[in-house]
Design a protein around this ligand. Sequence first.
Ligand code: HEC
Ligand code: HEC
Length: 418
Amino acid sequence: MKSTKMKKIVVSSVAIAVLMLGCEESVKTVVETKEVEKSLSAPQLGELLYKDRTLSLHQNMACATCHDLEHGFVDARFDSAHGGIGNRVDGALSEGSDNFALGGRNAPSAGYAKFSPEFHFNTNESRHVGGQFWDGRAKDLQAQAKGPFLDTAEMMMPSAEAVVDRVMENDLYVESFKTLYGSDIFEDKDEAYEKVAQSVADYESSEVFTTYSSRYDKYKDGNDSALSNLEKEGMLLFFANDNVSCKNCHQLDESPTAKHELFTNQMYSNIGTPQNISALKVKFGDAMNPADHIDHGLFGRSDIADFNITAAQDGFVKTPTLRNVAVTGPYMSNGVFSDLQTVLEFYDHMSGSNGDHPLNRETGEAWNAPDVNTTIDTEDLKIADGMNDAKIHAIEAFLRTLTDEKFEYLMPSFRAAP
Ligand code: HEC
Ligand code: HEC
């Protein structure tokens, strides 16, 4: 830790000055100023914590492992085409620090996550809004960041105290925590753990996660040639009032001049996503019964099951942002689809128009049954004429333009027009 060493040198040379001058007061001020200069800001500290593998049980996994800064802020370890090592469920679920335990849901992108408002119930709309995780169970980024360190299928640390003990093994962390949060911060380990989470959240709120550098953003900044004609066609379809359904859930800002669209209304729905039977079999064995592994989404949360929320929101999950979606597959909260074409054919199937995609092209079989089939938002999913292959192709072209510049090279090559 280079900068800690540097600081010690600074401090000791000042200590010598004290001896020589015998003028304690003014020297103390000098030391304090130096300390502020040498210690980290909260986002800088958060960045180190976010990337630090020693904060997991086997010292092999960090937040950045599953929310990769070089790969759309998702878990790309399954992606052998880009240096990954493969994964038993093709990336649908993440493996934990023991390289074995599989989590319950697909890792969403941490990019643009800071814009999700604090989880709340909107009484006008009678709907839940915001929060982190597919079921919004963490009210904000700070609450979210306290989860993964202790999750038994993620970083697997035995306790908050154990995480703080690991933090305390690092001199630079110790100095920075004391400067940022008070010299007695480590006396209360729960409070110190809270500050670990707060620092990570401060880093996730930095511009690293929200660069708005996609071709779509360039187009919105006035560069008309940033998008091809096909991509523009897809964009018009996406935002059209009486055509495909996407804007019903994936548009936040209705203004036509809005720049930083997030492509999620930050609310929850059940769109009838098929169960990921093959991943469930890997996790629970071939003999598992899909009915025993229903994802109830919002309704599965014991903390809100008693009030406001009713069986009407059984199976609801949060509408994800579509920024960087071309590089963040597999898709859906259970990672059931590998590519965007399949996602779009699925929407055609769900459009209520007898769309002509009765089979899942990835399996060649009928779409699996959803977790919950009684609460599907058929109204918002309705597309009068369905989506033919030409529309699907154009919308897919458009979705690819939402990729931040840094990740463009990761995009799978685009298929020819149908
Ligand atoms: C083993 C993989 C793994 C690790 C390690 C991991 N996460 Fe996650 N992360 C996930 C999964 C899976 C979810 C979704 C879980 C759910 O919704 O139930 C998630 C959800 C999130 C979300 C919510 C995003 C959204 O749109 O709702 C954020 C933010 C996040 N993680 C940040 C972090 C931070 C910060 C760390 C480190 C403290 C971390 N993650 C460590 C897999 C991981
Ligand atoms: C009724 C609301 C609703 C409508 C309409 C809708 N979506 Fe979604 N979308 C969702 C929800 C909710 C999810 C997550 C579902 C899940 O995980 O089970 C999702 C997931 C996705 C995903 C996967 C993203 C990821 O990171 O896994 C894509 C891509 C997508 N939608 C694109 C579209 C497009 C394109 C349209 C229009 C054809 C559309 N959606 C219409 C609510 C909606």
